[in-house]
Design a protein around this ligand. Structure first.
Ligand code: FES
Length: 259
């Protein structure tokens, strides 16, 4: 993909320096030992600067709040609010859950896919739109609904969607664009993180898209956890995991082939 116009070379040290004062201000709002409570707003602060939450940002958060990197990663991966790969300037997230499906989300999703020419967890070639079909957004009374860069849009119709896409392309839409610190790839799936995932998640074919009602992934994960040969009590301690995050910041992982 050719470089997009206007995306500067990414400088994570400068990005972290911009976020750090806000992070310390947020952490100071909580009693000593409760820095973890500031994690969500710190992740938002990183995303407001970068447009996504990078692996380096997750590692930096772990050091600031003095928690294992796994705590930070599991928090960031739980919410569709956080994008763990570079995304387009507008992230479109229609809901695909029950109330919305009953009220026409199937047509909404089909319309988005046709108009954008991309599918779930993909980005348009010009870097403008990323698309993700999200689970219940807790606005079921205004179904079908969606979020656009985390702002709600309710009672969707095809006409409303067309007007929204046109306004975004014209630069007149009233939701601000996300910053872009890196060129988004066509696909923004976060691939399975091998041994870093719990044993239950390993081998699940697509952890980003487990398949919804009736999918067997959950049952497979529980079965795998029950027969886990790696006992919980010999796993790395909390202190070891905190140190791992700090190490990541100091020494980036070796390039492919460097062993
Ligand atoms: S089902 Fe769509 S917001 Fe709840």
């Amino acid at each position: 993909m050719p470089p997009l116009q206007g995306i500067p070379t990414r400088d994570f040290v400068a990005i972290a320096a911009r976020v750090e004062p806000e992070a310390h201000r947020l952490i100071a709002q909580y009693p000593a030992g409760q820095a973890r409570s500031a994690l969500l707003p710190i992740l938002h602060a990183f995303q407001a600067v970068e447009g996504w939450v990078s692996p380096e940002a997750l590692a930096r958060c772990a050091v600031w709040i003095d928690e294992p990197l796994s705590v930070v990663e599991s928090t960031a991966s739980f919410y569709t609010l956080f994008h763990r790969k570079p995304v387009g300037r507008y992230v479109l997230q229609p809901c695909r859950n029950l109330s919305c499906i009953i009220n026409g989300a199937g047509d909404v999703m089909r319309h988005f896919r046709e108009r954008l020419g991309i599918g779930h967890l993909q980005t348009t070639a010009d870097g403008t739109f990323s698309y993700e079909e999200a689970e219940c957004l807790a606005a079921c009374d205004r179904a079908p609904c969606m979020q656009v860069n985390s702002e709600f849009v309710y009672d969707l119709t095809n006409e409303k969607i067309d007007a929204m896409l046109q306004a975004i392309r014209d630069g007149t839409y009233d939701v601000p664009a996300l910053p872009q610190s890196a060129v988004p790839a066509h696909d923004w799936h976060v691939s399975q993180e091998a041994k870093k995932k719990s044993p239950g998640a390993q081998g699940v074919p697509d952890p980003n898209n487990s398949g919804g009602l009736g999918d067997a992934s959950g049952a497979r994960m529980i079965a795998r956890l029950a027969s886990d040969p790696y006992p919980v009590d010999v796993r790395p301690t909390r202190e070891r995991l905190v140190a791992d995050a700090a190490t990541l910041l100091i020494a980036p992982p070796p390039a492919k082939g460097d062993h």
